[in-house]
Write a protein that binds this ligand. Sequence first.
Ligand SMILES: Nc1ncnc2c1ncn2[C@@H]1O[C@H](COP(=O)(O)OP(=O)(O)OP(=O)(O)O)[C@@H](O)[C@H]1O
Ligand SMILES: [Mg+2]
Length: 110
Amino acid sequence: MICGMKLVIAGKGGSGKTSISGTMARLLARNGHRVLAIDGDSNPNLALTLGIAPERMGEMPTLSRDLLTRTETGATLTQTLDEVCATHSTVGPDGVSLLVMAHPQHAGTG
Ligand SMILES: Nc1ncnc2c1ncn2[C@@H]1O[C@H](COP(=O)(O)OP(=O)(O)OP(=O)(O)O)[C@@H](O)[C@H]1O
Ligand SMILES: [Mg+2]
């Protein structure tokens, strides 16, 4: 079953947004939900929170611009979401699929 829940967490820097997002994603996945997490932050804290080992970060693919095309009705994916996930996602130990939009520019958390 595809769950349509979208969750947005906003707050000041270092207030635990990434930690709570990653923890909720892992709990949902452990409970059998199909969870796709998308990290738009250039600092890969979400991957760490999802339990993905730092050594795997270098091999994680990032989303390229040609996955999107502009049409009269707005931006559209050039592949299905399943195709994008098959080629671009990294799966964490609890089964959360992660898409990252950029590689780390700098190390460190929070
Ligand atoms: N409930 C908590 N108790 C103690 N420490 C926490 C808790 N939640 C997060 N932290 C720690 O606080 C720091 C900041 O957390 P986190 O990276 O989740 O914040 P953030 O809001 O995503 O930050 P940023 O705005 O930089 O992306 C991290 O070192 C994290 O381990
Ligand atoms: Mg964060």
